[in-house]
Design a protein around this ligand. Structure first.
Ligand SMILES: [Fe+2]
Ligand SMILES: [Fe+2]
Length: 190
């Protein structure tokens, strides 16, 4: 599907600022996809639709998690994490986009996971480094993103865990699994 057509599908669901973020995620994800040889069409769909459920009502998201057999442990963690898994369902039920690779990349963009596919990593990273993001350490991850996909994802999840732990927030188990998985993979390649 054409990039602009997919963006038009998500535009009514987002604020202007979140839509601008989404456009930047698409461009960043396409750069990474070219570099790491990831399917361009899947990248456009996943990047454009990754925040499709960002502004859904919390109760509606909780119901979708229960009704569609999404992991129930999500409900014990911050609802900010829910919009990825929920969007993976809604793009199929509301937009008729049934594409397992795309849905999985959208699902895991909020938490990360172990054994991530290249597409999942590209979306996770593009969301983290898009040019609108500005926080301590971002330049290091941005530079690494164009050199080594696993190393850059490791830095992103490491920073995220440091941020969460620093504020004594809960950390979703899959986020810790992503950290451990990438750490082991990077050690194996040394
Ligand atoms: Fe998101
Ligand atoms: Fe996002």
């Amino acid at each position: 599907m054409d990039k602009n057509k997919v963006l038009e599908l998500v535009k009514p669901k987002l604020t202007a600022a979140r839509f601008a973020h989404t456009e930047r995620v698409v461009e960043t994800a396409l750069e990474l996809a070219r570099l790491y040889d990831v399917n361009q069409e899947d990248t456009i769909l996943a990047a454009a639709l990754h925040d499709y459920a960002k502004y859904r009502d919390v109760n509606e998201m909780a119901n979708i998690i229960k009704e569609h057999q999404l992991p129930l442990n999500l409900l014990s963690y911050h609802h900010e994490l829910w919009h990825g898994p929920v969007a993976s369902i809604l793009i199929e039920t509301e937009l008729s986009i049934a594409n397992e690779a795309v849905q999985s990349a959208i699902f895991w963009h909020t938490t990360g996971s172990e054994g991530m596919t290249e597409l999942e990593k590209v979306i996770y990273l593009a969301d983290y480094i898009e040019p609108g993001r500005d926080f301590a350490g971002i330049e290091t991850v941005r530079k690494k993103a164009y050199e080594h996909l696993n190393e850059a994802c490791f830095l992103a999840v490491r920073n995220t865990i440091q941020f969460l732990a620093g504020r004594e927030y809960l950390i979703y188990p899959e986020t810790l699994k992503m950290y451990n998985d990438l750490k082991r993979k990077l050690e194996e390649t040394i």
